[in-house]
Design a protein around this ligand. Structure first.
Ligand code: GLU
Length: 496
C-alpha cells in the first residue's frame, strides 16, 4: 500500500483560526492512524495578504496544540527552517517550479495568455451584472494566437495566464465526505493560474505542490469544494493522478453562520490566552464535525488517533458550542495537577492586580492552596481571578442571601465565639482551619446550617463557594478578625 501523505497548507495571513486548527488536527489524526507523514506547507503566493510573523504564529499554535508534523516548515532558535525531502515547503520559494508547469499547460493548449486590463474586466463584469448574469471572464483572449501573445510579452505587455477549461463539460470526482461531486465547466471561470507579478494563484500552486510532494489525501475546508473541479482538470491536463479529496464541514457558530472575528474569539491564540488547555481545545474541536463510532466524547489525542476515520466526518457544518468546549476543558483542568494549574493561572492573577509575581513566588504554597480551592469549579483559567477575588481586599457584603444569613439571632454569638478562637492562636494554620468550626459548635451549641451558613456569609460575603476550612486558612488571622468585625454591621442587634 502507498504511504499516506497529508498536508496542512495555511496561508500566513495572521493567527491560526480554530477552523484551521481543526483541519490540521484531522490531517494529523489521519496521518498518525495510518503511519503516514504529515506535512506543513506555507501557501504565501498572495503577497497582498502576507502578514509578518504569521509563519511563526502558525508553527507556535500547532506546537502549543501538540499537533506535530514530519516535514515542512518549523521554527527553531528564533528562525524559520525547513525539513524534508520535498522542499522548499514555502510556496514563494517555488516560483520556477510553477512556471515550468504553467509553460507546459500553455504548450498543450490547456492554458492561455490573457492581456485584458483591469478596466476591461471591470467593464465586462458590470455588463454581466446589469444583465443578471454570473460575473465571469468572457474568454476574450482565449482564442488568440500563441505567437502573437509571445510577441506582446516580448514587448513588455502585462499578462496573466488562464486555465483553458473545455466548455460545457462535466467534471466529476469522489469526495470522502461528500461522495460523488459533479460540476459543469460552464459554471466555472477560466481561472487565472499565474498572475502578472509572476506568482502562481493558489489553484496552480496547490495542484503542483500536492503532486510533487506526493500528497495522497487532500484534507481541507469545504470552502475549497467548488474549486476542486479546476484542480481535477489540472491534474488531468498535466497527466497526474489526483489525490483523494476530503472536504470538511465549515465550523459554524450557533446561528449556523461562519465563525467570525466579530462574534469574539476565533484564533487559537485567543483561546490560549483565555486559558483553554490544548487537550481541551483539541478534544472539543475534534468533535466539531466528527464523532467516533462508540460515541465517546472525552478523548486524548492517542484515543482520537485510534478512532479517527473520514467516514464519520459529517456533511453539514459543525456547530462550535462554547458551553460544550468549556465542559470539555473543565474535564482537563481537573486532570492537570494543582501545581500545573497554579503555574498556568499566575498570569491572570497578576493581570487582575490581585497578586504580583513576587507575591505569588513568595507565598507559593498558599497560592497553590488558593488554586486548589477553586480548581474543581473552573472551566477556563481566566476565570481564576473572578473566583478568588472575594479573598482579596475589603469584604463587601452585597448579596441578599448573605445579609439574610447574618440577620439570624444566633449570629452575634457565633461571631464572638469565632473571635475567641482566633485569640487563642498566633496564626491561622491548617490545623486551626480544620478544627475551628467544631470548636465554635462546642462553645455555642449551634450546629449545622445555623452554624456554617452565617460564618460563610460573614467571612466570604457569600452563601455558596469553596470549602469553608480553605477559606479560613487562606484569609488568615488578621483578615478574619477584620471581616468578622465588619460582619457585625449586618447582625440583628445592631441593625434593629
Ligand atoms: N492555503 C489554503 C488555505 O489557507 C489551503 C487550502 C488547501 O488546503 O488546499 O485555506
Amino acid at each position: 500500500m502507498e504511504e499516506v501523505r497529508v498536508r496542512f497548507a495555511p496561508s500566513p495571513t495572521g493567527f491560526l483560526h480554530i477552523g484551521g486548527l481543526r483541519t490540521a488536527l484531522y490531517n494529523y489524526l489521519y496521518a498518525r492512524k495510518n503511519n503516514g507523514k504529515f506535512i506543513l506547507r506555507i501557501e504565501d503566493t498572495d503577497r497582498t495578504r502576507f502578514v509578518d510573523g504569521a509563519i511563526e504564529n502558525l508553527v507556535n499554535a500547532l506546537k502549543w496544540a501538540g499537533i506535530d508534523y514530519d516535514e515542512g516548515v518549523f521554527f527553531e532558535n528564533g528562525e524559520v527552517v525547513e525539513k524534508g525531502e520535498y522542499g522548499p515547503y514555502i510556496q514563494s520559494k517555488r516560483l520556477d517550479i510553477y512556471k515550468k508547469y504553467v509553460d507546459e499547460l500553455i504548450e498543450k493548449d490547456m492554458a492561455y495568455y490573457c492581456f485584458c486590463t483591469k478596466e476591461r474586466l471591470d467593464h465586462v463584469r458590470e455588463e454581466q451584472r446589469i444583465k443578471g448574469q454570473v460575473p465571469k471572464y468572457d474568454g476574450f483572449c482565449r482564442g488568440g494566437s500563441l505567437d502573437e501573445a509571445k510577441k506582446r510579452i516580448a514587448n513588455g505587455e502585462d499578462y496573466v495566464v488562464r486555465l483553458k477549461l473545455p466548455r460545457n463539460t462535466n467534471i466529476t470526482f469522489e469526495d470522502a465526505v461528500r461522495g460523488k461531486v459533479t460540476i459543469n465547466t460552464d459554471e466555472i471561470d477560466d481561472q487565472v493560474l499565474m498572475k502578472s507579478d509572476g506568482f502562481p494563484t493558489y489553484h496552480m500552486a496547490v495542484v503542483v505542490d500536492d503532486h510533487l510532494m506526493g500528497i495522497t489525501h487532500v484534507v481541507r475546508g469545504e470552502e475549497w469544494l467548488p474549486s476542486t473541479p479546476k484542480h481535477v482538470f489540472l491534474y488531468e491536463a498535466l497527466g497526474w493522478k489526483a489525490p483523494q479529496f476530503v472536504h470538511l464541514p465549515t465550523v459554524l457558530n450557533k446561528d449556523r453562520k461562519k465563525l467570525s472575528k466579530r462574534q469574539g474569539d476565533v484564533s487559537v491564540e485567543d483561546f490560549r490566552q483565555r486559558g483553554y488547555l490544548p487537550e481541551g481545545l483539541d478534544n472539543y474541536l475534534a468533535l466539531v464535525g466528527w464523532s467516533p463510532e462508540d460515541g465517546e466524547e472525552i478523548m486524548t489525542l492517542e484515543q482520537m488517533i485510534e478512532k479517527f476515520t473520514f467516514d464519520r466526518v459529517g456533511k453539514s457544518g459543525g456547530i462550535f458550542d462554547k458551553e460544550k468546549l468549556n465542559w470539555v476543558n473543565a474535564h482537563y483542568i481537573k486532570e492537570y495537577s494543582t501545581e500545573e494549574i497554579a503555574k498556568l493561572s499566575a498570569a491572570y492573577m497578576v493581570e487582575a492586580n490581585l497578586m504580583t509575581e513576587e507575591e505569588i513566588n513568595k507565598k507559593w504554597d498558599w497560592y497553590v492552596l488558593l488554586i486548589e480551592t477553586v480548581k474543581e469549579s473552573l472551566s477556563v483559567l481566566c476565570e481564576v481571578p473572578e473566583k478568588v477575588k472575594f479573598l482579596f481586599g475589603d469584604l463587601d457584603i452585597t448579596e441578599d442571601d448573605a445579609k439574610e444569613e447574618l440577620s439570624g439571632e444566633q449570629v452575634p454569638q457565633l461571631i464572638e465565639a469565632f473571635k475567641e478562637q482566633l485569640d487563642t492562636v498566633e496564626e491561622v494554620d491548617l490545623e486551626f482551619a480544620n478544627t475551628v468550626m467544631k470548636k465554635i459548635q462546642k462553645a455555642t451549641g449551634i450546629k449545622g446550617k445555623q452554624l456554617f451558613m452565617p460564618v460563610r456569609a460573614a467571612i466570604s460575603g457569600n452563601v455558596h463557594g469553596p470549602e469553608l476550612k480553605n477559606i479560613i486558612y487562606l484569609l488568615g488571622k488578621n483578615e478574619l478578625l477584620s471581616r468578622l468585625e465588619k460582619a457585625k454591621n449586618y447582625t440583628k442587634n445592631i441593625t434593629e
